[in-house]
Design a protein around this ligand. Structure first.
Ligand code: ATP
Length: 217
């Protein structure tokens, strides 16, 4: 049997405990051996990151250095064109073959905006979606048709993620972490402490590089 492979995409500007902790807990809960972190380069639906691609990569490497669960995939970072998850997952599916279970991990906020993503419906053709809880976001979709889409694909059985190659949405019971990269950038700009929000090595790198000091949020 093929083991479940999981991908975790994002801007990671910077990586923080709201990214790392829910995914580590999720991995324990559902038996994930490996999570591929894929930072994106030019996210089409978002403002440009403040840190450069090289800086975000360096921060990710520092954050996962002692965490064998995670590994880094730089393909989107190296690309000059926009990163569309649908295309990335299509390529990943071609590499892994039709049978391997694949999952894309997102936070609750991303589930709400998900119907606005490029070709969002095709994402489930190639992978499952695993949703981590995030405080401050409702669990229901704004539009009825999107709620129906969600309910059509929902599963409450983690086992489905391991036995089916794609197509399910799983709402994981991970704890809330009230942390965002935006909040960290704002706090750093205001010279407020962030020690509880991200790994010390990442914070040290941010300070060394003089990142997030000017007002741009
Ligand atoms: P920003 O504040 O710059 O928008 P962010 O903190 O939301 O950034 P991203 O890099 O955009 O971080 O997020 C990558 C993925 O991690 C997304 O799927 C997002 O939903 C999820 N995520 C980020 N923070 C949390 C959190 N505190 N709890 C659960 N999921 C999170």
């Amino acid at each position: 049997m093929h083991s479940l492979q999981a991908l975790f995409g994002g801007t990671f500007d910077p990586i923080h405990y709201g990214h790392l902790k829910p995914v580590e807990i999720l991995a324990n809960q559902i038996g994930l051996q490996r999570v591929t972190i894929m930072p994106n380069n030019v996210p089409p639906h978002r403002p440009q990151p403040e840190a450069s691609a090289a800086q975000r990569k360096a921060m990710l490497e520092l954050a996962i250095a002692d965490k064998p669960l995670f590994h880094l995939d730089e393909r989107e970072l190296r690309r000059n064109s926009p990163s569309y998850t649908a295309q990335t997952l299509q390529a990943w599916r071609s590499e892994q073959g039709p049978e391997r279970p694949l999952a894309f991990i997102i936070g609750q906020d991303s589930l709400l905006s998900f119907p606005g993503w490029y070709q969002y419906q095709t994402i489930l053709d190639n992978s499952h979606l695993i949703v981590c809880r995030r405080p401050g976001y409702p669990l229901a979709m704004k539009e009825e048709q999107h709620q129906q889409w969600l309910e059509q694909h929902l599963t409450y059985q983690a086992e489905d993620l391991h036995t089916l190659p794609a197509g399910k949405i799983y709402l994981a019971e991970t704890p809330w972490f009230d942390i965002s990269a935006t909040l960290i950038r704002q706090r750093l700009q205001q010279r407020l402490p962030c020690d509880e929000m991200l790994p010390a090595a990442v914070l040290h790198y941010i300070q060394q590089q003089g990142l997030y000091q000017k007002s741009s949020n």
